[in-house]
Write a protein that binds this ligand. Structure first.
Ligand SMILES: [Fe+2]
Ligand SMILES: [Fe+2]
Length: 335
């Protein structure tokens, strides 16, 4: 993919370094340590997203060795510290409440997931979304789903024994159980193709809003930092546990809009698969992880709460852009 169009000073500096037009480190040190608006800051989220993307497919005409460039790693670490602090602040009350609840970690995790509202996105897609809005949703989601489950693969070498086996089992499903056409990322690409959207990896990055980028950055940060492996797996559990029911709603939206079978197939697959993945992730992955490493319990809850909060904020903002048009665009949409 090509480098995205910069959206401010920081993403411009990162793009310049990546393109080989500048040598100095991006000016991250001048950013505030805590920023309430960090999640909706397009410039910061895009800069961080570009730095993370070096660990996935990278960019055309960008030196692949920049993945481990010390200056860029340093800048990324500082941006990550800001993001982590923002997430800790955002989720502190939910994590405290869940951790002080009764039961073992799987029960606490289940209660936390049940307590947090998923937001209006799935029901809007089910009942009200126009075809243009559904297409917007698919373009925003493509930033993650065209590399679906890749972040979590970085966690595999950071865990061992039954946790590794259970995570590998879940990932095997996500990666098509040996059949390339059933890779969930490939199924999402087919779902896009069927409604005339470009499914090329990274095709919609310039339309991705700050919150879409933040959703992706949170996953990458948790997965790429061994210290945060508990948060990565808590995030995975919350993601899987809040997928099956929304996918059922989205399937009914797909039917209402009369969209092709290939578009339906992606969401149909997740109604069944994620009901299984939910139990696998909560019990066999997070539950067993915390039995072996009890000090990770709070981070598992932190990761789950971060997933739910950021997804809810992003989904609500997307619906808001459709239903309450405002001059300030929180997410990139072409309604
Ligand atoms: Fe999936
Ligand atoms: Fe899944």
């Amino acid at each position: 993919m090509q480098l995205p169009a910069p959206r401010g000073r920081l993403s411009q500096q990162v793009a310049h370094v990546l393109a080989g037009r500048a040598m100095e480190a991006p000016a991250v040190a001048t950013l505030p340590r805590q920023d309430e608006d960090l999640l909706v800051n397009e410039d910061v989220q895009l800069a961080l997203w570009m730095l993370f993307e070096l660990h996935y497919r990278g960019f055309e005409d960008v030196d692949p060795d920049l993945e481990w460039d010390p200056l860029l790693i340093h800048s990324r670490s500082m941006l990550e510290a800001n993001l982590e602090q923002t997430l800790r602040d955002l989720t502190a009350d939910d994590v405290r409440r869940a951790a002080s609840g009764t039961g073992d970690l799987p029960e606490q995790l289940t209660n936390l997931i049940d307590d947090l509202d998923g937001g209006p996105l799935a029901s809007h897609l089910q009942r009200h979304a126009t075809l243009a809005q559904f297409a917007d949703f698919m373009r925003q989601r493509s930033i993650y789903h065209l590399k679906e489950s890749d972040p979590q693969s970085f966690v595999l070498p950071r865990v061992d024994g039954p946790v590794k086996a259970a995570l590998a089992e879940l990932q095997y499903d996500e990666y098509g159980a040996g059949r390339p056409e059933l890779l969930h990322a490939s199924m999402f690409a087919e779902a896009m193709d069927a409604i005339g959207l470009d499914s090329t990896y990274g095709a919609h990055i310039d339309e991705a809003g700050a919150l879409t980028l933040a959703v992706n950055n949170v996953m990458s940060m948790f997965a790429l930092r061994r210290r945060l492996r508990g948060a990565a797996l808590g995030h995975l559990a919350a993601f899987e546990a809040t997928s099956s029911a929304p996918c059922r709603r989205i399937v009914s939206g797909v039917e209402r809009l009369g969209l092709p079978e290939a578009t339906r197939a992606y969401f149909d697959e997740h109604i069944e698969a994620d009901a299984v993945h939910e139990q696998l992730a909560i019990r066999n992955i997070c539950g067993v992880l915390v039995e072996g490493e009890p000090h990770l319990a709070e981070d598992v809850l932190f990761g789950a709460a971060s997933c739910l909060k950021v997804d809810e904020i992003a989904g609500t903002a997307l619906v808001d852009t459709w239903t309450r048009p405002s001059p300030q665009r929180l997410v990139g949409v072409n309604a």
